[in-house]
Design a protein around this ligand. Structure first.
Ligand code: C5P
Length: 223
């Protein structure tokens, strides 16, 4: 088994983290959720009342943050800021709707990308995000771009929310997902875009298992 790098990019709520985690477990690779890193910075900034447009303040904050992603095989990934478990806190509505503002800043991205490259340097990684195939790991042997219609993505999130017993408004979810995609696609530095050499998978009418199988096929062709 070669130690490949697998880059999985795509818009919000396209199922990237779910399939990336399963693919990593199947390959015995480590899984790196780069969105969790931007979420951690956002959570910390909100907690310290930092203006999300203040790039210098955010850069100073990031400098003081150790962000640790701990993912054991078959288990949920846990996220720690300076050894504090913030796994649940980084998934709140408030963080989700602010993260694209924080993630647009060049100095924040540069620091995150540097850390992501260190985590990936030995290979044997599945990394998901927005700019992995284009920017973080441009030489990744496997690049996948996961797509699904906004309606389908909102429906999936809605079902997840209801299953967890959370309040959920389908139309609001559609709006928020579309807004996040727009901000992520239109930002100046490393925007969300499919890498030329990425394989596109439209998951709108596919199950999780079907998406995982397609990615595993691409990995096998590459090995
Ligand atoms: O993947 P997830 O939805 O958790 O990502 C949250 C946000 O983090 C994205 O909407 C985007 O603004 C930012 N992000 C990014 N680059 C990445 C991963 C996430 O800008 N590689």
């Amino acid at each position: 088994n070669h130690h490949l790098s697998v880059a999985i990019d795509g818009p919000a709520a396209a199922g990237k983290s779910t399939v990336a985690k399963i693919v990593a477990d199947k390959l015995g690779y480590i899984y790196i959720d780069t969105g969790a890193m931007y979420r951690a910075v956002t959570f910390e900034a909100l907690r310290h009342d930092i203006d999300l447009e203040d790039e210098d303040a955010l850069q100073r904050l990031v400098g003081k943050m150790d962000i640790d992603l701990r993912a054991a095989a078959g288990k949920q990934q846990h996220v720690f800021i300076n050894d504090e478990n913030v796994t649940e806190e980084i998934r709140t509505h408030n963080v989700t709707n602010s993260v694209s503002i924080v993630a647009k800043h060049k100095s924040v991205r540069e620091e995150m990308v540097e850390r992501q490259r260190i985590l990936a340097q030995r290979g044997g990684v599945v990394m998901d995000g927005r700019d992995i195939g284009t920017h973080v790991l441009p030489h990744a042997e496997v690049k996948v771009f996961l797509l699904a219609s906004v309606d389908e993505r909102a429906k999936r999130r809605h079902a997840e929310n209801l299953a967890k017993g959370f309040d959920s408004d389908l139309d609001k979810l559609k709006e928020e997902i579309a807004r996040r995609d727009k901000l992520d696609s239109e930002r100046e530095f490393a925007p969300l875009v499919k890498a030329d050499d990425a394989k596109e998978i439209d998951t709108t009418s596919l199950s999780i298992v079907q998406v995982v199988d397609k990615i595993m096929e691409i990995v096998k062709e590459t090995e």
